[in-house]
Ligand binder design. Structure first.
Ligand SMILES: [Zn+2]
Length: 346
């Protein structure tokens, strides 16, 4: 499969993300954004299309036509940054505010971000499962919101129910092997078993280095490869694949399950679509992936889905995919299925 693809230089460059090997400019988070890419046709999975034309025909359990890799990045478990906020509030002499913030930390019932079970319940209605990627930050690190040790019982519940717990790497992890290893260990100690799935915070990623680091750290799959500033197919793929390191001239021992739809890309942070347009965009991508018997990866943050409109939107996506009889599941299950069923050539 690789050999045929190599003969098509344009598609090979897109597949390997060649343009990302020699960039002079990145965004504020050191990311390669869609607005700098020379491959403008991000809504069509051109490489997958080529592979399907050349014989790739993945099959899924129970004769399902395509799969949804359903995922959640857990950036926050508490509505804001309680400790920092309390200290700030105290410093400003706002005692009431300082008293108020930690309250949500204690009273889980009233905490809208402590919602894993609610999300799972909703997904069960559609016979779906998903992956939860947890940060394992220390209190000194940027964006620290929760201590993973405090979530032991939730992690156990998620994992025992057949959903996946994976690692959400910190800001700098994508570029630092020790950091990835440390966080993986921290999460595994709380979970009591190995984690195999990964996505970096802010979708920070370096091609091909991050794949190499993740592979060395023992991860089996990554699902960071998507643009934060635009939905779509970053390397023209809507199927899981083994990435290729152009510097070394070889495949990397990890699977990429590329990310296509992130809640924050669609709405106010990047694409600025209204609900109707965001829905059209998601529908187009889902229909496209169905056409190529692919895997559409959806990222829905747990602190996005708590709000009324967004939750409705999320449920609409689930309903739509379930209506199409998609296999809606976690990254781990996709990884296991893909490695056992589909030819190892890609
Ligand atoms: Zn994140």
């Amino acid at each position: 499969m690789f050999d045929k693809l190599k003969e098509n230089e344009e598609l090979w460059d897109l597949f390997t993300r060649k343009e990302e090997y020699s960039v002079t400019f990145r965004d504020a988070y050191e990311r390669f954004p869609y607005y700098l890419s020379s491959h403008r046709n991000v809504f069509e999975p051109r490489v997958s299309e080529f592979l399907v034309e050349n014989g790739l025909k993945p099959q899924y359990p129970d004769g399902k036509k395509f799969a949804v890799c359903l995922t959640h990045d857990i950036d926050a478990v508490y509505p804001s940054y309680p400790i920092v906020d309390s200290i700030k509030a105290l410093a400003k002499g706002k005692l009431t505010e300082a008293m108020k913030t930690p309250f949500s930390r204690v009273n889980r019932k009233w905490n809208p971000c402590w919602n894993f079970r609610k999300i799972m319940e909703l997904e069960s209605k559609y016979d779906a499962k998903s992956s939860f990627y947890f940060l394992a930050l220390t209190s000194e690190e940027k964006d620290f919101n929760y201590n993973i040790k405090d979530l032991e019982s939730e992690l156990g519940f998620i994992s025992d129910s057949g959903w996946e717990v994976g690692l959400h790497g910190g800001h700098e992890s994508y570029n630092n092997l020790e950091d990835i290893q440390e966080k993986k260990k921290r999460l595994e100690e709380v979970l009591g078993k190995k984690v195999i799935g990964y996505r970096n915070h802010y979708l920070r990623f370096r091609v091909p280095d991050t794949w190499e680091l993740l592979s060395k750290a023992g991860f089996k799959y990554d699902t960071t490869l998507g643009y934060s500033d635009c939905a779509g197919f970053r390397n023209g793929m809507c199927h899981p694949f083994r990435p290729f390191n152009l510097n070394e001239g070889r495949q990397i021992d990890i699977m990429e399950i590329p990310l296509e739809i992130m809640d924050r890309s669609l709405f106010k942070d990047y694409m600025r679509l209204n609900v109707k347009k965001a829905w059209e965009c998601a529908k187009h991508l889902i229909n496209t992936v169905e056409k190529y018997n692919g895997v559409v990866t959806i990222l829905w943050h747990n602190n996005t889905s708590i709000e009324g409109e967004n939750l409705k939107y999320y449920e609409k996506v689930l309903e739509y995919c379930a209506g199409k009889n998609a296999w809606i599941t976690s990254g781990e299950e996709i990884y296991n299925w893909w490695t056992s069923q589909v030819e190892p050539g890609i």
